[in-house]
Write a protein that binds this ligand. Structure first.
Ligand code: PLP
Length: 391
């Protein structure tokens, strides 16, 4: 039995999405900008997908711009605001220190080109407080970017309060909601942001498609220049079949959210409590904060997370250390470090992220193998340390 507990890295594509994409690849081949019937069919498919994505986040469809995924949506938001506000003299960008690399490396790149950049640290539980944000805001702040849910810990940020603080300073507020859309209710009206990123492959849609929601009236330079697609905000012939898939995934997410949210929270809690009870020396990172229901980030004292990840993989259980983009680099998590955790606690942290296919039986299996795997790794580490002492 293969057990996939890495849904924050990516999710399996829903069967309904597979069918819809396959059908659109066959039948909806027209260019959505063409005036003839095949073109109109593609346009209708695109409009339906946009309406479905907009409904998932409580936005008017006309404010949703399709992108090639979360990374492009984040780049579009950050670079688009920086470019649009450059002439006004607002050249200060703010992001939280726990953003995904798609935001973090983009503000850093702009920092190397002359923009002033401030990174707001979270508190020990992984929350970015409105007061911590207020401390770095300036009268030339153009943009504040704070993610809705963190990809490593699942911690949900107080977006409405953070957006209000940013607005008081005259700044635009962007939230990367890639890890919250489809997991918890996301309503742009409630959040009070101006820009919001989402990505299809995090909620059972295809990879390489996503969207940036842009509140009407927000000044933003285009993501791509060229034709008039996406109301001139993002040029290029639309990937209609993949966007049809995104639309179906968004509809499914809306239909299943309430039930799945409760089901996953119960499974996650069972996993978390089970590990804490059966494996001594474990701790949950971000435990006291509000979190998305599917994620737990656990540190295992005396264990290198990479070794435990491999041991679990050999048992057929897929988990991860930190984000998929930085795994394999052995770079300690910038998120857990920013929370002020000790280096050992950071290096011994594993992320378990559950999803639609996760069952009670799978969680029971993880709880069955975990104590002995951890004990074995600890005894190997102990033997290694003793051998080291003898050298
Ligand atoms: N933002 C967050 C919080 C993410 O977790 C990810 C994916 O890991 C991204 C952005 C990037 O999205 P995509 O993979 O669609 O480019």
């Amino acid at each position: 039995m293969r057990i996939y507990l890495d849904h924050n890295a990516t999710t399996p594509v829903a069967p309904e999405v597979v069918s819809a994409v396959a059908e659109a690849l066959r039948a909806t081949f027209g260019n959505a900008s063409s005036v003839h019937v095949p073109g109109q069919q593609a346009r209708t498919a695109l409009d339906d997908a946009r309406a479905s994505v907009a409904a998932l986040i409580g936005a008017p469809p006309g404010e949703v711009v399709f992108t090639s995924g979360g990374t492009e949506a984040d780049n579009f938001a950050v670079r688009g605001v920086a470019e649009a506000y450059e002439v006004s003299g607002r050249r200060h960008l703010v992001a939280s220190a726990i953003e995904h690399e798609a935001v973090l490396n983009t503000v850093k790149a702009l920092g190397r080109r002359g923009w002033a950049v401030s990174l707001v640290p979270p508190d020990g539980s992984g929350v970015v407080s409105p007061d911590a944000l207020a401390a770095v805001l300036r009268d030339d702040t153009a943009l504040v970017s704070v993610m809705h849910a963190n990809n490593e810990t699942g911690v949900v940020q107080p977006i409405a309060e953070l957006a209000a603080r940013a607005h008081r300073a005259g700044a635009i507020f962007h939230t990367d909601a890639v890890q919250s859309v489809g997991k918890i209710p996301v309503d742009v009206g409630v959040l009070g942001a101006d820009l919001l990123s989402l990505s299809g492959h995090k909620f059972h849609g295809p990879k390489g498609v996503g969207a940036l929601w842009i509140r009407k009236g927000t000044k933003l330079a285009p993501a791509m220049t060229g034709g008039r697609q996406e109301r001139g905000r993002r040029a290029g012939t639309e990937n209609v079949p993949a966007l049809v898939g995104l639309g179906v995934a968004a509809r499914l997410a809306r239909e299943t959210l309430t039930v799945e949210r409760a089901r996953l929270a119960a499974l996650r809690d069972r996993l978390e409590h089970g590990v804490l009870a059966a494996v001594p020396g474990t701790a949950v990172n971000g435990a006291v904060a509000a979190r998305v229901p599917n994620t737990t980030n656990l540190s295992f004292e005396g264990v290198e997370a990479e070794s435990l990840l491999i041991a679990l993989d050999l048992e057929g259980i897929a988990v991860s250390t930190g984000s998929a983009c930085s795994s394999g680099t052995l770079e300690p998590s910038h998120v857990l470090r920013a929370m002020g955790l000790t280096p050992h606690r950071v290096q011994s942290a594993l992320r378990f992220s559950l999803g639609a296919g996760t069952t009670d039986t799978e969680i029971a299996r993880v709880l069955e193998v975990m104590p002995s795997l951890v004990a074995r790794l600890r005894s190997l580490a102990g033997a290694g340390a003793r051998a080291g002492l003898r050298e």
